[in-house]
Write a protein that binds this ligand. Structure first.
Ligand code: FRU
Length: 501
């Protein structure tokens, strides 16, 4: 219900976002990266609310991350684009807010591109942001920067795409389509994605729409991204769509695989819905534009609209997932799937790897983790005899998450019922299921634990789940559980250095 109200709110209500009434200048920042629950290797704003990542683009050695931000409080509102840059996708430098609300409305999600050939006439290599103006009606607007994103000018003739009578009309993601030599925009239009084309980023023509079909969860579609990927030398197109109706409840990110002919997206047959991440907390993710190595790097918002406004943090609210490189692979059932793995740049924060355990688990094995900032565990498990719990991450306060495996159903089960503070929402403390049935003998889990998140990549990222947790302090003990089944485990531990210290 709350979720429904939220969608109605952002769909139809006029936002009070008159820039003149808001004294942004006098908002002193007192960032506290030591505060409880503050992630150490994930992106957070210095303070206040964030949601979707926006306008991710690379230019001259810098990855830009803009994001949905309330500069004035820890709840959703006054939506603006916050801004940060990084050379390695891990160590971020905060920059001033890039786009504030104006007479056309709040600044909702959108994308940014580098106009290499000056198609729009704002200059060669101008950084062009295309976003939703969320006023009485949602419409698409443009702003440009000729100083590497340090300042933006809003286009005088905004909006560039006025509202055609659809309440939910937002989140433009733009890319240059080489073959048809034009810009293509994917736009969320209620429960369809409408594609538009343009020669100059200013004037847009409707190309086609890809619509909701039978069997998909019903919900408003948001934050689309149409990306080109390669598999065995063949080009495939993947359409990413965020929506509610996720497999474990609330909001999540699904995708479609198919072809794009410059006009229309034609999906391959597959057992849709397919989900990019089976955890509860990876939403509104899109990929970087102009990535220098042509990688598809996705970052999502590590939360769920079911409880995003109630999470128990104080100075900051909202965190981004780690950056992930997307890849294609074949599911044992024959269709293609999109996998994800942490980008190789994670090495900049990784310390030495340590072997913690290698052997048969007959009784509980308790292992101390030298965990302060954040860490990565690589656990290989083989020789299962039955379903059951595999491991627990816990601390001396009694906070615990349990990861189990259901052999018959081929599911990895993440239980955060007793993970720490969880009473802020009844939708939070549930166990979360993640299909991992890849018919392999060995289950490989890469688990990345920060102060208030656990990200799990199964078998090299063929499936993943991302979840928030709010333990009193970081989990610093690993228990391999020896409950009535024998298995072999090989555990490696790597500490990850804080990027904020
Ligand atoms: C997704 C979303 C977008 C919208 C933005 C508003 O989380 O609802 O559709 O542009 O958040 O903050």
């Amino acid at each position: 219900m709350k979720l429904l109200l939220f969608f109605l709110l952002i769909g139809v209500v006029t936002l009070s976002c008159d820039n003149d009434e808001i004294d942004y200048e006098n908002e002193e920042v007192q960032a506290d990266y030591e505060e409880q629950f503050r992630p150490q290797i994930h992106f957070t704003a210095e303070k206040n609310w964030i949601n979707d990542p926006n306008g991710m683009v690379f230019l001259d050695g810098e990855y830009h991350l803009f994001y949905q931000h309330n500069p004035l409080g820890t709840n959703w509102g006054n939506m603006s684009w916050g801004h940060a840059v990084s050379e390695d996708l891990f160590r971020w430098e905060h920059l001033p807010v890039a786009l504030f609300p104006d007479d056309l409305g709040a600044i909702f999600s959108g994308s940014a591109v580098i106009d290499k050939n000056n198609t729009a006439g704002f200059g060669e290599n101008a950084m062009i942001a295309i976003y939703t103006s969320a006023g009485e009606k949602q419409a698409q607007s443009l702003a440009y920067s000729t100083d590497k994103g340090r300042s933006f000018k809003k286009y005088a003739k905004n909006p560039i795409i006025p509202n055609p009578g659809i309440n939910d009309f937002r989140d433009p993601k733009v890319f240059w389509h080489e073959e048809s030599e034009k810009w293509v925009m994917s736009l969320a239009t209620y429960n369809s994605i409408t594609f538009y084309g343009s020669a100059n980023l200013l004037e847009w023509t409707r190309l086609s729409a890809f619509e909701y079909f039978e069997g998909l969860p019903f919900g408003v579609w948001e934050c689309p991204d149409l990306i080109s990927m390669e598999y065995n030398g063949v080009e495939k197109w993947v359409l990413i769509v965020s929506t509610n109706g996720a497999p474990n409840g609330g909001t999540g990110t699904q995708y479609f695989i198919g072809d794009f002919n410059g006009n229309e997206f034609i999906p391959d047959a597959a057992p849709y819905p397919l989900w990019l991440d089976y955890g509860k907390d990876n939403y509104a993710g899109v990929t970087w534009s102009n990535e220098p190595q042509d990688r598809n790097i996705l970052m999502g918002w590590l939360s769920n609209w079911e409880y995003a406004g109630q999470t128990p943090t104080s100075m900051f609210r909202g965190v981004m997932t780690l950056p992930r490189e997307l890849f294609l692979d074949t599911h044992p059932d024959g269709h293609l799937i999109v996998g994800s793995k942490i980008v190789d740049e994670i090495n900049v924060i990784s310390e030495n790897e340590e072997a913690l355990f290698d052997g048969q688990v007959t009784n509980d094995v308790n292992l101390d983790l030298d965990a302060t900032d954040a860490y990565e565990l690589n656990v290989s498990i083989s020789g299962f005899s039955s379903s059951g719990n595999i491991l627990k991450l816990q601390n001396s306060n009694g906070d615990v998450v349990t990861i189990g495996y259901d052999m018959e159903r081929g599911e990895l089960i993440f239980d955060r019922t007793d993970s720490g503070t969880s009473d802020f929402s009844s939708s939070f403390s549930k166990s979360i299921e993640n299909p991992v049935d890849f018919h392999e003998e060995i289950l490989n889990l890469q688990i990345i634990v920060d102060q208030s998140s656990v990200e799990i990549f199964v078998n090299g990222g063929l499936s993943s789940q991302t979840n928030l947790v709010f333990p009193e302090e970081i989990y610093d003990e690993l228990v391999l559980t020896g409950e009535n089944h024998l298995f072999y485990a090989d555990v490696k531990f790597k500490s990850l250095k804080s990027v904020w210290k």
